[in-house]
Design a protein around this ligand. Structure first.
Ligand SMILES: Cc1cc2nc3c(=O)[nH]c(=O)nc-3n(C[C@H](O)[C@H](O)[C@H](O)COP(=O)(O)OP(=O)(O)OC[C@H]3O[C@@H](n4cnc5c(N)ncnc54)[C@H](O)[C@@H]3O)c2cc1C
Length: 637
């Protein structure tokens, strides 16, 4: 069934303005009659809750952590894009729009991306007004730096902790509304199910992670801002609590899941160093502004980097992509690093690493300049590896970082369930098959501060809301389902830990549905995931009790969902018989080993619908129409 994205008519640049005018408004005095549930307090959820409450709605906000400001967004390092063109280097809304569509390998929706580029400038103004301490140049103007996939400097930053500073801004706005009584904050709650009544999202079921109690919460609309699902790979740069549960439960209640196989593998992470590791650390893309990526020219060269003369070094990104050099987009940089390592040119003990070298930059700009720009990142690298990156090049390797796939949403950010809105990394919206650096923060804040406050009003003003409360049978049934599932998981009392299953799933996904895929491997992975899932339900062990704070209980539910969702990723990867962005099927590549798209047959967003535990997911296509951008083979040469 083709999907209707409800893209407004008219010229691209006027769609959003016109749409805002045409959307119905809720009378200010009526706003307090509506209750909205927001799940998640990262940049998307924090900004949405604060803004909706500021508008006058009654908001109930939920998060897993003990405080809203511990959401994963706090980890974001490098920066946030905006088309301000402060450096006067040729940027514009159109260029940001174009770079983003091209960066996403022409698998995103033009109208959404254009709106994102327009709103990017409002975000910076808003955040400056909040007091976010963006870096400034000598004269006091906001400073910019470059990120991958762009030839202009449009990234605003606060050293290597941009996410933290932006989140403090959203959190302050949220706290103001908590103080004013307009937001009721529920920390340490995990959403286990969505309650749908008469086709409308009317509430959620959560588990209180401290007491273990299952709770029901009703509302007129639900906004999911629950982040990405990169932890399906076990090892990723995401926070430990990042998961797919809320989105996956919504999928099982009727929301379509779009492009689940589009995963971003970030090229500059600290390489895996042992079997007991549970987390990977990102080295921000901003480092590629000054760091040069290289490997020894000759496979098997085990000399230390200082002993390898210039003539024996291969600056493979600069060589192959002279226009963009080290700042090619992430999918391109990651694939090239892998290719070098596959040829035996990888460095370090495992051979699964390439160098990121600052020697030239330090000689050119001095150590203190480099320290000012990246000091905290260098310190982090040294703490983890024991090596001083001012003296010796960093060793880096690609790792799972971000998920472009997510719940399908229309132009209003509403899912295929009425009244269920999805924002930030949890939706599939703007990044196509590959996200450009510094654009996730931009998207989350555009969604939360500037889009949903309008579009949710349009929905609330236009829909009918039968009287519903938490005694409704749909709430009882959903609570019963959640409790029974948990009881079943706890009663298994098998021999393998939750993490043990999670690790094995991660290895399967990385090997067969990771940086490179092929049909044979994907088919094998599907079988392996099914076998593992079957064993999980017979042999998982959850120590302790569900009646108090117990992280094994939290994780077992999340891993159970990952074990189902992993298969959906594989099904999606198998269905897309082309390569694009982060989805690189080895059977579809150009002579230069770049992703080879098939626009004739696959120029669509694949939105999967649940059709029962024993049924096959149903594919719904949103055909992508490009009226303003010409579809071309992506080139960064
Ligand atoms: C190390 C790192 C660095 C990054 N740096 C940058 C950068 O420099 N620039 C950039 O643009 N992007 C960056 N990104 C990406 C960016 O940080 C994320 O995409 C973005 O912060 C996601 O925000 P969010 O609001 O969608 O979700 P999150 O910040 O992940 O928040 C999710 C929220 O949902 C809650 N939640 C989740 N599941 C449930 C549930 N079942 N029940 C209740 N609550 C739930 C969590 O408690 C949390 O509050 C980086 C990512 C990483 C990993």
């Amino acid at each position: 069934m083709p999907l209707d994205a409800k893209i407004p008519g008219g010229p691209l640049a006027q769609k959003w303005d016109r749409h805002r005018f045409e959307l119905k408004l809720v009378n200010p005095a009526n706003k307090r009659k509506f209750e909205i549930i927001v799940v998640g307090t990262g940049l998307a959820g924090g900004s949405a809750s604060a803004t909706l409450a500021e508008l006058g709605y009654d908001v109930k906000t939920f998060c897993i952590q003990d405080s809203p400001r511990r959401a994963h967004s706090i980890a974001a390092q490098g920066g946030i894009n905006a088309a301000k063109n402060y450096p006067n280097d040729g940027d514009s809304i159109w260029r940001l729009f174009y770079d983003t569509v091209k960066g996403g390998d022409f698998r995103s929706r033009e109208a959404n991306v254009y709106r994102l580029a327009q709103l990017s400038n409002d975000i910076i103004d808003h955040c400056v007004a909040q007091g976010i301490p963006f870096a400034r140049d000598y004269g006091g103007l906001l400073a910019n730096r470059s990120f991958g996939g762009a030839q202009v400097s449009r990234t605003f930053y606060a050293r290597g902790q941009t996410g933290q500073q932006l989140l403090l801004g959203a959190y302050s706005a949220l706290s103001r509304q908590i103080g004013a009584g307009k937001v009721k904050m529920f920390e340490r709650r995990e959403m286990l199910d969505l309650v749908v009544i008469n086709g409308q999202a009317r509430g959620i079921i959560v588990r209180n992670l401290v007491t273990g109690q299952i709770e029901r919460h009703d509302s007129h609309a639900v906004v999911l801002c629950t982040g990405g699902y990169g932890n399906v790979f076990f090892l990723s740069t995401n926070a430990m609590a990042s998961n797919v549960t809320a989105a996956y439960r919504a999928y099982k209640r009727g929301a379509y899941f779009a492009n689940p196989c589009f995963t971003q593998i970030h090229p500059t992470c600290i390489p895996v160093h042992g079997a007991y590791q549970s987390k990977l650390t990102l080295m921000s893309e901003s480092l590629r502004n000054d760091g040069r990526v290289w490997v020894p020219k000759n496979p098997g060269d085990k000399r230390s980097p200082q002993q390898i003369p210039e003539s024996d070094r291969d600056y493979f990104l600069e060589e192959k992509y002279p226009s963009f050099g080290n700042l090619v987009p992430r999918d391109v940089a990651s694939r090239n690093a892998k290719e070098q390592c596959d040829m035996g040119k990888g460095v370090g003990a495992t051979g699964l690493a390439v160098y990121l070298d600052f020697e030239n930059a330090i000689n050119r700009d001095t150590k203190s300049v480099i320290e000012k720009k990246y000091g905290n990142l260098f310190q982090m690298y040294e703490k983890i590896t024991g090596e001083d990156p001012y003296q010796t090049p960093m060793r880096i390797y690609p790792a799972v970082h971000y998920t472009m796939g997510g719940l399908w949403v229309d132009y209003n950010l509403m899912s295929s369930i009425d009244g269920l809105f999805v924002m930030g990394e949890a939706n599939f919206s703007d990044h196509g098959a590959n996200r450009l650096g510094a654009s996730a923060l931009m998207q989350g804040l555009a969604d939360g501060y500037f889009i949903v406050p309008y579009t949710i009003g349009g929905y609330l003003a236009g829909a009918q809301f039968p009287e519903v409360n938490t005694d409704h049978s749909a709430f009882k049934d959903a609570e019963h389902d959640a409790q029974s599932r948990l009881n079943k998981l706890l009663s298994i009392n098998g021999k393998r830990t939750v993490d043990d299953f999670h690790k094995e799933l991660g290895l399967i996904m990385w090997e067969y549905c990771g940086m490179a895929r092929n049909n044979q491997g994907l088919e094998k992975a599907q079988k392996l995931v099914r076998q593992l899932r079957a064993e999980f339900w017979e042999n998982v062990k959850v120590p302790g009790s569900a009646a108090d704070f117990n992280q094994s209980v939290e994780r077992v539910g999340r891993v159970a969902d990952f074990l189902e969702f992993g298969e959906l990723m594989i099904i999606d990867a198998l269905a897309r018989q082309e390569s694009c962005g982060g989805h690189f099927n080895e059977d579809f590549q150009t002579e230069g080993h770049e992703a080879k798209r098939d626009d004739e047959n696959f120029c669509y967003a694949a939105a999967w619908g649940f059709s029962g535990d024993d049924g096959q997911p149903q594919l719904h296509k949103e055909h992508l129409v490009f009226e303003n951008v010409e579809l071309t083979q992506r080139s960064y040469k």
